[in-house]
Ligand binder design. Structure first.
Ligand code: SAH
Length: 370
């Protein structure tokens, strides 16, 4: 008998933060403001500050009556996260921020600036319950789901940072800590708030948003039915069930065929190409027969609606696994392409500061007194 797989789908409820403006829909905002004696129009007025000027503190919303600003702050704008530390790399283009949440939980987000665009990698859970052995986040288990407000605040802070630099936050990827589809309802709510036009959303294009998943097949289908045209990324990492059962343990529940079937449904509904993520690990999943098999099955399930993103494995603490040699990586890419499937190598950012894919662990460094 195989060992039972340790997966955590249900996050503990304890530790969820106090209600924030971003957790509420328009009607709930109107009701909450009515309790403070404020008329309906204030809801969109505050939303305009929040989503279009990235202002999170009602005390600075100077077109609100002075006497109510503090009341609004107390009731609807609790401080959800404090920046603990920011680190830069890639000549200042990549910035990782460690945040402390109200209950002491830590999370990380990564802002990457490219010519003409800026991408924020956000976390959807504190920790992760999916237990993939090559990913640092998976090693610590799942602390809890993030609230809608905690995800939206990551976006707002980054949008404010970009605006202060004279730029604009254009892309959001759910590729930080956590499995977004295990926090499904909140993540869909957040995607809508990211893409809705102002004043009730940040107005970022749906094409600029990517949701990445280990492959929770039923949730992929549900997401397809939301009629959002965000990009779906599936972390496949190997085309065969036997090894995937170890590499991505949730495969024991939803095998490759079911994941790709759901991905095909997503591609059909959204009209968009699905990204397949493949962390290339030396002597583990980098054999050329796997490249051939990968190309074949992706072609079979998804035809032209697929693209493979190869990610050279980033090292994680305590793991002996490492990236494949460059020659093997090149051969692997060529073999996938030979099957008619586009394949590119992801330009990894942030690995020097443990901000790259799979390296987010949100641990505060030990303070040394030396
Ligand atoms: N849980 C979701 C969202 C996280 S995305 C998912 O797995 O898709 C983070 C991406 O980085 C995933 O594709 C993940 O498999 C990949 N990854 C994890 N650890 C990695 C590592 N050590 N090196 C390179 N990529 C890694």
């Amino acid at each position: 008998m195989a060992e039972p797989v340790k997966l955590q789908f249900n996050a503990p409820k304890k530790g969820m933060p106090p209600k924030h403006f971003a957790d509420l829909n328009h009607e709930e905002r109107v009701a909450a403001l009515a309790e403070l004696g404020l008329p309906k129009f204030r809801a969109d007025q505050i939303a305009r500050h929040y989503y279009t000027r990235f202002e999170g503190d009602p005390l600075n919303m100077t077109d609100l009556p002075e006497g109510v600003r503090a009341k609004i702050k107390d009731a609807l704008f609790p401080e959800l996260m404090k920046p603990i530390r920011s680190q830069n790399t890639d000549d200042g283009e990549t910035q990782k921020t460690l945040w402390q949440l109200h209950d002491g939980t830590m999370l990380e987000s990564v802002l990457m600036r490219y010519p003409g665009r800026a991408t924020l990698c956000i976390s959807s859970q504190a920790g992760c319950g999916m237990n993939c052995p090559f990913c640092a986040t998976g090693q610590g288990g799942l602390d809890r789901n993030l609230s809608v407000g905690e995800m939206i605040e990551q976006v707002r802070h980054a949008a404010a940072t970009m605006e202060a630099e004279g730029g604009r936050l254009s892309n959001i990827v759910f590729m930080g800590m956590g499995e977004p589809l295990a926090n499904y309802k909140r993540v869909v709510n957040v995607v809508r708030q990211i893409t809705n036009p102002g004043p009730r959303g940040f107005g970022i294009s749906q094409r600029g948003v990517t949701v990445s998943t280990v492959g929770l097949a039923p949730m992929i289908k549900m997401l397809a039915d939301e009629d959002l045209s965000v990009r779906l990324a599936v972390s496949l990492h190997t085309p065969d069930d036997e090894f995937r059962n170890t590499l991505v343990p949730v495969n024991n529940r939803w095998p490759v065929s079911e994941v790709l079937d759901a991905a095909r449904y997503y591609a059909k509904k959204s009209g968009r190409r699905v990204s397949i993520e493949y962390a290339l690990i030396r002597d583990k999943n980098d054999q050329l027969w796997r490249a051939d098999l990968l190309g074949k099955i992706l072609h079979k399930y998804l035809g032209p609606k697929v693209h493979v993103n190869l990610i050279p494995l980033n090292p994680t603490p305590g793991s002996e696994w490492d990236a494949s040699p460059k020659e093997r990586q090149d051969e692997f890419v060529a073999r996938v392409i030979a099957q008619g499937v586009p394949c590119t190598v992801r330009n990894t950012k942030g690995s020097e500061i443990a901000a790259a894919c799979g390296q987010l662990a949100a641990e505060e460094e030990e303070q040394t007194s030396a």
